[in-house]
Design a protein around this ligand. Structure first.
Ligand SMILES: Cc1cc2nc3c(=O)[nH]c(=O)nc-3n(C[C@H](O)[C@H](O)[C@H](O)COP(=O)(O)OP(=O)(O)OC[C@H]3O[C@@H](n4cnc5c(N)ncnc54)[C@H](O)[C@@H]3O)c2cc1C
Length: 507
């Protein structure tokens, strides 16, 4: 019997799943997930991504079984797996969501497209985010996003299913080259966990969103914590937007939670806005968005600086505490991510690409479109965003004034008085002895003088920014990637008119 093949990728749910619905309309369905060794061998993934994926696939499989179906999981490169299935029994068509992934998954999709063409097979790809393939210009993008988010969420269909082979044996992470241990405090994967997190946020925690998302102390509970569930597609973006808007409508005017939820919806919009950049320009994973910045930092790579940063040994307590948290949980709030990249890019003068690869490996919610766009934005290589440089000592005073966060993640600093906590290297030797802290042993001595290294870095960036050719190239980038304040049919003429919104990401 012939069938339609539904290829699950980063859309691990049966709800609001257009490929599953449309595939089920004219034939029995076989649901497939492919564990692709070449993607797992890349530098931007780690064991915790695999384990989160595994949680999510187990949940998906359960949801399919409840409906009489199941999930076939195969290990192999996508084209080889499709060929294998085709040889077992040719299918009618391939169904999946569009993916705006990293360069490797983009190349893989091109290979699959070629394979489908060779076999005269239709590949039906459906948008799951507000990202537009082959977008011509950004003018009506916001209206498109709103229209997509307003469409009704799709119920899981009633399907005829293709019988599945023997139960699947999971490859151990190390057989895929994933040698690091799982993170002890990572979020658990799966749709049920995602729904629980969404409910908890909308009905219990959202009051703390506005005002609570910048401090690393309050952010773990004030933020929605939905990013990994969105990145793996356990939840659809549309269902999160709609559930939030329902809750907003139910809250009385003047209720403080409304401001938080409104700000949260704007983040969901930004999710797709940033992904669109990578969709429109996949090279931005590797090359500066504004090519005028080529050569700015690339040749100055300093392995000692990078080693210190990635080991959480810069000597700046807030930076090192953030790295320690990241290594245990796989998550940091936006402000602390931005600060890490700022520290890497300015005083440590590290090129964003290898830093971004390291961070992608750490972030459980790694979403290439958001990640690489943000990396470049914080490193100052987009050419269209205001330069933001975060001072880690000021950030510590503003967002961890009593030092609770730093002391929690850096226990060696627990006895250091508040006065010295964020600059412990300034303590006298006598004071260090009294606190039981050895600079250079329990915490590193900063690698550079923060103030002068930052000043020097800014000067170098501003020199590029001020060049006539760099200024001239800005308008084309805004035209292609900049958000529009209002949906308009008019073409923007002034670069500055369009990039204001992209600097509004922080409260
Ligand atoms: C250098 C850098 C790298 C980043 N890499 C990623 C990444 O790989 N994956 C990722 O999901 N987010 C990334 N972000 C954005 C942001 O930090 C995270 O989305 C957020 O911290 C996730 O926690 P949350 O779901 O609780 O956020 P919430 O504040 O509750 O936001 C809800 C959702 O909105 C989206 N969102 C929030 N902030 C942004 C933003 N600034 N830009 C685009 N979308 C946003 C995310 O999907 C998020 O899940 C990055 C930010 C920076 C500065």
């Amino acid at each position: 019997m012939s069938y339609n093949l539904v290829w699950f990728k980063r859309d691990l749910r049966v709800h609001d799943h257009a490929p599953l619905l449309y595939a089920s309309r004219n034939a029995p369905v076989l649901c497939l997930f492919i564990i692709e060794p070449s993607l797992w061998a890349a530098d931007d993934v780690a064991t915790h991504h695999y384990q989160f994926l595994r949680d999510s696939l187990l949940d998906l499989e359960l949801a399919l079984r409840k409906r009489g179906g199941g999930l076939r999981i195969e290990v192999g490169e996508a084209v080889a797996v499709l060929q294998r299935l085709w040889q077992e029994a040719p299918f009618l068509a391939l169904y999946s969501h569009q993916e705006t992934g990293n360069w490797l998954s983009f190349q893989r999709d091109l290979a699959v497209q070629g394979w489908c063409r060779e076999h005269g097979l239709l590949w039906h790809e459906f948008a799951q985010f507000g990202v537009v393939r082959r977008l011509q210009n950004r003018d009506l993008w916001k209206a498109h996003w709103e229209a997509l988010m307003a469409e009704p969420c799709l119920e899981p269909p009633v399907c005829d299913w293709i019988a599945l082979p023997e139960p699947f044996t999971w490859p151990e992470p190390n057989s895929l080259g994933l040698l690091q241990p799982d993170l002890p405090l990572r979020q658990l994967g799966g749709r049920r966990q995602g729904i629980e997190t969404l409910r908890d946020f909308l009905f219990e925690r959202c009051g703390a969103y506005r005002g609570g998302i910048s401090s690393p102390l309050s952010a773990p509970t004030a933020c929605s914590r939905l990013s990994a569930y969105l990145a793996f597609g356990c939840l659809s973006l549309r269902e999160v937007v709609q559930a939030t808007r329902r809750q907003l409508a139910a809250l009385p005017r003047g209720d403080a939670r409304r401001a938080g939820l409104t700000a949260f919806v704007s983040r969901l919009y930004w999710h797709c806005h940033f992904m669109q950049k990578l969709e429109s320009e996949p090279e931005l994973e590797f090359t500066n968005l504004h090519r005028g910045y080529d050569g700015l930092r690339e040749a100055d790579w300093n392995p000692v600086h990078f080693q210190a940063l990635s080991a959480g040994q810069t000597g700046w307590p807030l930076v090192d505490a953030c790295v320690a948290m990241l290594q245990q949980t796989g998550w940091l709030n936006f402000r602390m991510r931005a600060m890490l990249v700022s520290v890497a890019s300015y005083p440590l003068w590290l090129h964003w690409q290898p830093v971004g690869t390291w961070l992608a490996r750490q972030f459980l919610d790694y979403e290439p479109g958001i990640h690489w766009s943000q990396m470049q934005m914080q490193a100052g290589t987009t050419g269209i965003n205001t330069t933001r440089v975060y001072n880690p000592i000021k950030q510590a005073r503003d967002h961890d004034p009593h030092g609770h966060f730093v002391r929690h993640w850096l226990p060696a600093l627990r006895r250091v008085p508040n006065e010295w906590l964020f600059e412990p290297w300034r303590m006298s030797v006598k004071l260090q002895q009294q606190c039981g802290l050895r600079i250079g042993v329990d915490i590193a001595e900063p690698l550079v003088d923060l103030e002068s290294a930052t000043r020097q870095a800014k000067t170098r960036v501003y020199q590029v920014r001020g060049r006539a050719d760099v200024k001239a190239a800005k308008a084309a980038i805004v035209e292609k990637h900049g958000s529009r304040k209002q949906p308009t049919r008019r073409r923007p003429t002034q670069a500055a008119a369009c990039d204001w919104v992209q600097t509004q990401l922080d409260f």
